[in-house]
Design a protein around this ligand. Structure first.
Ligand code: ATP
Ligand code: MG
Length: 138
């Protein structure tokens, strides 16, 4: 059994896509074991995306991520890291497969509705960034 961190980004929340995203998780037998809505500070967004610090899009990405509330969830299931990435679609919505969240809703390579951890190590860092052990349903 695996866990991953999902974030509905500010564009997903402001466009009324919270239910749409959660519906796709539920329809794919993914369990939500923690969930909250928060608005990140610039510092918190920078800490979360620290791996991208040297990228040209870092400033813009971290500004975007704290521009409005986000919904943060811990998802659980077999192979859920990859499963969630498949449901999300490629980073660039123009390259995302049909029927994925990003292909259906993203408008921009940056404003791409959702985040999902990409490996067990990043999942564990990212889950710990937002939740403590008592906040996860076992
Ligand atoms: P995420 O980490 O948000 O799940 P990802 O793993 O598909 O997305 P990353 O390469 O980790 O993609 O990039 C993190 C985020 O940075 C992307 O989701 C997107 O919002 C933004 N981003 C990535 N590449 C670019 C780019 N070339 N220009 C602008 N923003 C970008
Ligand atoms: Mg990533």
């Amino acid at each position: 059994m695996e866990r991953t961190l999902s974030i509905i980004k500010p564009d997903g929340v402001s466009r009324g896509l919270i239910g749409e995203v959660i519906k796709r998780f539920e329809q794919n037998q993914i369990r939500i074991v923690a969930m909250k809505m928060v608005q990140l500070t610039k510092k918190q967004a920078e800490g979360f995306y620290a791996v991208h610090k040297a990228r040209p899009f870092f400033q813009s990405l971290t500004d975007f991520m704290c521009s409005g509330p986000v919904v943060v969830m811990v998802l659980e299931g077999e192979n859920v890291i990859q499963k969630n990435r498949t449901i999300m679609g490629a980073t660039n919505y123009k390259e995302a497969a049909e029927g994925t969240i990003r292909r259906d809703f993203a408008t921009d390579i940056e404003k791409n509705i959702v985040h999902g951890s990409d490996a067990p190590e990043t999942a564990s860092f990212e889950i710990g960034y937002f939740f403590n052990a008592f906040e996860l349903i076992s």
